[in-house]
Design a protein around this ligand. Sequence first.
Ligand code: DGJ
Length: 540
Amino acid sequence: MNRICLPRSLAPALTAVLITLLAHCGPVAAAAVPMPRILRSHGRYELEVDGKPYLILGAQVNNSSNYPAMLPEVWPAIRMMHANTVAMPIAWEQIEPTEGHFDFSFLDVFLAQARQHHVHAILLWFGTWKNSSPGYTPSWVKLDNARFPRVVDRQGKRMPSLSPLARSTLDADRTAFVALMRHLKAVDPEHTVIMVQVENETGTYGSVRDYSPRANRLFHGPVPQRLIRALHTRHGTWRQVFGPHAGEFFHAWSIARFVQQVAAAGKAVYPLPLYVNVALRDPIHPGPPITYESGGPTDDALGVWKAAAPSIDLIGPDIYMPDYARYTRVLDLYHRPDNALFVAETASAEPYARYLFAVLGDQGIGFSPFGIDFTGYSNYPLGARTVDAKTLAPFALAYRLIGPMAPVIARLSFEGRVHGVSEPESVHTQTIPLGRWKAVVSYGLPLFGNGTPPGNPVAEGGVLIARLGPASFLVTGVHARVSFELAHPGGRQVQYARVTQGVYEQGVWNFLRVWNGDQTDWGLNFTSIPQVLHVHLATY
Ligand code: DGJ
């Protein structure tokens, strides 16, 4: 312990000052760490953590890795991936095995270890819904179908999902979630946990909605005023207002209202940002028929969810679609003026790593591949066949590149200055409009010389460009070439006034060298080495 030695004559006076200060301040406390929050301006978003702009370079562990014995298999993978945020399930069955008796011992262990590993955390509340089913509810919930009724289909058959219309289920889930948030508030003054996901992939497979007598009564009644107002639609029954979508939207409303009440109660005790994730429907060929999880926040139901669940800060897609067309379509669908884009889950397979660039280009606040630990499980064919160093390498490259400058990128993004693209499978050149300039991105060319871009053998390229000034850009990427042209040449040509390579440390740009000659004659070539450039353009 440090001792302060004072001259005898000064000691009484200083002691008096100290006592007065303590009387006014109460116990000496570390300076309060600001709450994580999501800022919104001009339809753009910024996640702020520790009072600074933040990008979630995330990693979500496997479903059953939420026990202390598994954590030694978690941290090496998180470290190897260079993730700054780990997403960890907290299961209802784990925290309330007996009704009214809570056990947060895993959470406490996890938080202590997350801090030792210098990462932030996202908690995933596995409650009434986990991929539609109540698998993670305690046995006193899932075995009591009378008190906690299931959805019944049109034929009266019980579905795996619990009904969102049962007061008893809502009360029990809300009580547990509030206990979790209250405990978190008490044990996490430094805000290691930056967001909480409420439930997991809500909805019902196999039935469009609940057909219980209570559900039928409500379904044949009027659409609630709140939804009519939000969607600027006419009054009437669900069928009259929503036609063929009535069953799905009724179920979405019922689930979203349930989630809203859980979220609002949790936020009232501890106002962290809260979000929900989505089991997507196909963004290009969604049906009918409905083959997806009905009632979740699928793209068609976003308006219903937004109206029903204002305490949910964002709706994040779980993207397990490797092809460029569908992946980027999902990004466009969930990047809305009323929704911050956060890819809550994505697959661990190599082709997915490049999408971080498209996510950032769509003003995303984060990205979180799923199944990142060394417990030996892999969700192949959704994700990689095995999760090992080779699998994690492309994600690690992207995170090593973006991580050191994440606050800078997050702030530039909030100002609307960030552009990002990922490599498509069948198109090997892309153009990014930049006002007076345009950037031409090409894939698969060698570092030296020109030619027709063939694309990378496996699409793996990505580029990020941020506007720093009228003719200045931050340019970076992987496995791609960037060249600049004038949007409207008018007889003039572009030249590099200066290209510098550097690194960001604590938000400050540190110069390493000037790129010139071979390094610029054939465009700016990015490989599997993390390199960041400041590019100043001119014309002649
Ligand atoms: C999406 C879910 O949200 C995850 O918890 C997990 O079940 C994956 N699907 C599949 O591995």
